[in-house]
Design a protein around this ligand. Structure first.
Ligand code: DGL
Length: 274
């Protein structure tokens, strides 16, 4: 049996584990449940309606496991489903529970990294076309230029265990060249997809040394830490046994084989049917 009232962490697949890794390192005392909807990943090219429906089903399952707080550790779900869940679904389903995303906490910080006031934002097609990063970053940093590019091949390559191959290098180089062609003045690239840190070595191979690459995990972990300090009523509802439980909607052997590369240590998952 898992902890009574853990923090729930959700992603369409493996990517959220890169965020969970940073959260668990910063806040090890809490109980956690991770849910990857691998059976229906990737979400990146799906419609608003579909991403909302899938994400809501996962959030409801995490609530049914006792989670008072759920983190959507997925930019696509944060861009396409979070607002509807917060405004329409939560008041009806569980008004005292909370669901937080990864876009706002990242947008709040990313402008602090750039000197040239021009950043690249790489994400899925869903995240980029939603315009969420453009809107949120300009809210906090009106003078920073936001240059977005969708990298639709990256998540399928990563989900299929092809991160360290010539095929991955080809698509990474192609997309980075496209980004640099539209925005030669960037000094910072935000990895606005929780899968992308798995391509970090390939990304760094094809970038000039003056461009820094920022993954979201540490930023989101810091932001959750702040949130829990500001919300003692939520902090007190989360159980503190230090447990981590992993669930996937697809095959557990596949999940366990891939997940450790994202999470940084061995993972043993259970299957859930939604
Ligand atoms: N990891 C998800 C994100 O951060 C995307 C994966 C997907 O396309 O399902 O956007």
């Amino acid at each position: 049996m898992h902890g009574n009232t853990p923090i729930g962490i959700f992603d369409s697949g493996y990517g959220g584990l890169t965020v969970f890794r940073s959260i668990a390192a910063l806040l090890p005392e809490y109980d956690y449940i991770y849910l990857g909807d691998n059976a229906r990943a990737p979400y990146g090219n799906r419609s608003f309606e579909t991403v909302h429906q899938y994400t809501l089903e996962c959030v409801e399952w995490l609530f049914s496991q006792g989670c008072p707080l759920v983190i959507l550790a997925c930019n696509t779900a944060s861009a396409k489903a979070l607002r509807t869940i917060q405004q329409k679904d939560l008041p009806r389903l569980a008004p005292d529970n909370r669901v937080l995303g990864v876009i706002r906490p990242t947008a709040e910080k990313i402008g602090n990294y750039t000197q040239s006031k021009s950043i690249g934002v790489l994400g899925t097609k869903g995240t980029v076309t939603s315009g969420s990063y453009d809107i949120e970053i300009h809210h906090f940093f009106p003078d920073v230029r936001v240059n977005q590019l969708a990298c639709p091949m990256w998540v399928p390559l990563i989900e299929n265990g092809e991160s360290n191959t010539a095929g991955a290098d080809y698509f990474v180089q192609k997309n980075l060249n496209e980004l640099l062609a539209i925005a030669p003045d960037i000094d910072t690239i935000l990895l606005a997809c929780t899968h992308y840190p798995l391509l970090m070595s390939s990304i760094q191979k094809f970038l000039p040394g003056n461009i820094q690459v920022i993954p979201q995990g540490p930023i989101v972990a810091d932001s959750l830490h702040d949130y829990l300090l500001r919300h003692p009523e939520m902090r007190e509802r989360i159980s503190v046994g230090g447990t981590r439980h992993f669930f996937t909607t697809d095959d557990t052997t596949d999940f366990d084989n891939h997940a450790s590369a994202f999470f940084g240590s061995d993972v043993r998952s259970e299957q859930v049917k939604l």
